[in-house]
Design a binder for this molecule. Structure first.
Ligand SMILES: NC(=O)C1=CN([C@@H]2O[C@H](COP(=O)(O)OP(=O)(O)OC[C@H]3O[C@@H](n4cnc5c(N)ncnc54)[C@H](O)[C@@H]3O)[C@@H](O)[C@H]2O)C=CC1
Ligand SMILES: [Mg+2]
Length: 344
């Protein structure tokens, strides 16, 4: 098959000629949008794309040195050959779902081949299908979000096969960015749940909680799903009141993250304060096993812990890994404390 250079392909996919004022980022975004809108252009892009394979929602990974994993993107023609060898055919590739475009303008898709034999696939592909819960934290931080997005989209397609109004099948567009009820009915878009995650501070200490399901010694920022009708600030206030019985003020937004566990959430990271005079924690044990205030010293020591837990030595406090927004919030808080201590 003649290979079209991905950059050339992507540029030709843009609807309007690209002007000089378009940055590479803007061009990429507009071209991706065009792929979602135009099935023919998207089908053409698929033939030159990188495709990330999944087997029953587990991504294909290769283990690399030092216990990390690498994602293994394949080209269309490679997958077609393997599908044919294993008794499937090229039509299967049409189920691929668009997930993005690399900085090198390489269009990226994902495909679940869960109906094929896993062992035969792994042998043919020189990789292993790894549960994302295990692979996520040992993938490079540039790859983990892409595979999490891919898994979320593939799961959504697996569970949105029928229209909830008519019970009739739904059909995806070529990019897999939407599904339409048969007869052109309701359009379904991928769903996610907004979740707030908040690092509460009393000015000197920060408050962390643990759920019974956390690994031993692990504490994290407080989190909770947004309810319909709530603002971000209302969810923060309600969750903190529910889980630890405190009233917060000075809520500020920090940053956000797509989180794949247990289903797709949009984690909205915030900081908030409580008055030191009203910082007595009253834990709701139906939600949390424990919640405690931690000093700057305890937090900075915990931020330095690297991989000890995985070697079987549980440290006194173990924080969520760098892939998690909780770690970012805690690091930001520690940085702020360090600056204010220097200023005193
Ligand atoms: N990326 C990160 O750094 C962190 C992420 N998280 C994530 O935040 C999420 C929420 O934290 P929790 O304390 O468990 O939430 P939570 O405090 O709201 O409690 C969970 C309960 O909320 C109910 N619920 C309401 N709406 C729901 C929905 N749309 N989906 C599922 N359950 C819903 C269920 O009864 C569930 O058992 C978790 O999925 C967890 O994985 C939590 C801490 C750190
Ligand atoms: Mg919670």
């Amino acid at each position: 098959m003649m290979m079209v250079h991905p950059v050339k392909f992507l540029l030709s996919a843009a609807k309007r000629p690209l002007t000089r004022c378009c940055s590479a980022f803007v061009s990429r975004i507009r071209s991706l949008n065009r792929l979602k809108e135009d099935d023919d252009v998207c089908a053409e892009a698929l033939q030159h794309a990188q495709i990330f394979l999944f087997h029953r929602l587990s991504p294909l990974l290769q283990s690399s040195e030092r216990g990390t994993f690498r994602a293994v993107p394949l080209m269309y023609s490679d997958i077609r050959a393997i599908l044919e060898r294993l008794g499937s055919d090229e039509a299967k590739l049409k189920e691929s779902v668009l997930i993005g475009c690399s900085e090198q303008n390489q269009v990226q898709f994902c495909l679940d081949v869960g109906e094929l034999d896993q062992v035969a696939l792994e042998e043919a592909l020189d990789g292993t299908f790894v549960d994302l819960k295990k692979g996520f934290f040992v993938l490079r931080r540039s790859e983990a979000p892409l595979l999490a997005k891919a898994q979320a989209l593939l799961r959504w397609h697996l569970t949105t096969g029928f229209c909830s109004a008519t019970g009739r099948p739904t059909c995806p567009n070529q990019a897999g960015s939407q599904r339409v009820g048969s007869g052109g009915g309701t359009i379904y878009y991928p769903q996610m749940s907004p979740v707030v995650i908040v690092l509460v501070s009393d000015g000197k200490r920060c408050l962390l909680g643990r759920q019974p399901s956390f690994p031993p010694g692990m504490y994290s920022a407080l989190a909770g799903f947004c309810e319909l009708g709530e603002s971000l600030e209302e969810t923060v206030s309600r969750e903190v009141a529910e889980e630890v019985g405190l009233e917060v003020h000075n809520i500020s937004y920090s940053s956000s993250q797509h989180w794949p566990f247990p289903r797709s959430s949009l984690m909205l990271g915030c900081h908030a304060l409580v008055s030191p005079a009203h910082s007595q924690v009253n834990v709701d044990h139906t939600e949390l096993e424990d919640a405690r205030w931690f000093t700057f010293h305890e937090i900075t020591s915990a931020l330095q812990v690297k991989g000890l837990w995985s070697r079987g030595h549980a440290p006194p406090l173990w924080l969520p890994p760098k892939h998690a927004i909780a770690n970012r919030l805690i690091t930001e808080w520690a940085e702020l404390q360090r600056c204010s201590q220097k200023a005193d």
